[in-house]
Design a protein around this ligand. Structure first.
Ligand code: SAM
Length: 250
């Protein structure tokens, strides 16, 4: 079934949610057709192909695992990751996510690509799983003593997913790949992301996509500035996507 549009009420930073929602509804009513319209995750677009809505395997995986308002609202971001991860299947190398939190996007990508059948590859997931007040990233609702076990249970059917608890990049001594075909950085922390790039960039294989979740968001501008300086110094530039992500192809 082709879905013609996708509407979520996830908007970060709005002051008066009911009024803002009303304006979006009025705007949508002004359109000749809702086909090709997308709202959510601080995006309002219309008259677009929204190709990911026609990818049944992706949408089935997304709908199975995206449960909260935020998870459902970041569909377009998740579709970027799905594209980058699918691109990785024509390369040799493993998958890495720093950091995975509840593992939702990684679980969607595993289902989408039937990652369990990729016996020669491993998906490395890292997180602290508990909030560490000494670090700049913010506390998230599910952080706590049980999260690590819950994420392990979420991937218990997949032998080629390795979950490492602890602070990156220090925790790479426990487990880390030699060759990386897909790298997703989502630490909300410029210093840690730069340290991860220092540790892993040389292991990213040519043609692999690096997705920087926070790059385009004003709230996380320190990350953009740090990434621009880091990549510029190595002759790469980051593409800012309308989703708020940054994209680098090595
Ligand atoms: C926004 S969440 C990640 C969401 C996840 N990528 C997803 O798509 O569902 C950011 C996570 O980064 C983790 N984090 C921040 N700094 C870290 C570090 N140095 N080492 C490990 N995890 C870290 C936090 O614990 C938090 O769970």
């Amino acid at each position: 079934m082709t879905r013609p549009y996708y509407h979520s009420a996830l908007f970060f930073g709005w002051k008066d949610e009911p009024t803002f929602r009303g304006h979006i509804r009025d705007m949508l009513l002004e359109l000749k057709t809702l086909q090709g319209s997308f709202t959510g995750d601080n995006l309002i677009t219309f008259d677009k192909n929204l190709s990911f809505l026609s990818d049944e395997v992706f949408m089935t995986a997304f709908e199975r695992h995206a449960q909260t308002k935020v998870e459902k609202g970041i569909l377009w971001r998740t579709a970027t990751l799905a594209w980058a991860a699918k691109n990785a299947l024509r390369l040799s190398g493993d998958f890495v996510e720093c950091a995975c939190y509840k593992g939702t996007t990684a679980r969607i990508l595993c289902d989408y690509l039937d990652f369990g059948s990729q016996a020669q590859r491993t998906y490395y997931l890292y997180d602290l799983f508990e909030h560490d007040p000494s670090m700049p990233h913010h506390h998230m609702e599910e952080h706590g003593a049980g999260l690590y076990e819950a994420v392990k249970a979420r991937f218990s059917d997949l032998e080629n997913v390795v979950i490492t608890r602890g602070r990156v990049p220090d925790s790479f001594v426990e487990a880390a790949p030699d060759a990386i075909a897909f790298l997703h950085l989502d630490l909300n922390n410029a210093e840690a992301e730069t340290a991860v790039l220092e540790a892993l960039f040389d292991r990213v294989v040519p043609g692999a996509a690096i997705v920087l979740d926070d790059y385009g968001w004003l709230f996380y501008r320190a990350q953009k500035l740090a990434h621009d300086a880091w990549f510029d110094a190595r002759g790469y530039s980051v593409l800012e996507l309308p989703t708020g992500q940054g994209l680098v192809i090595k």
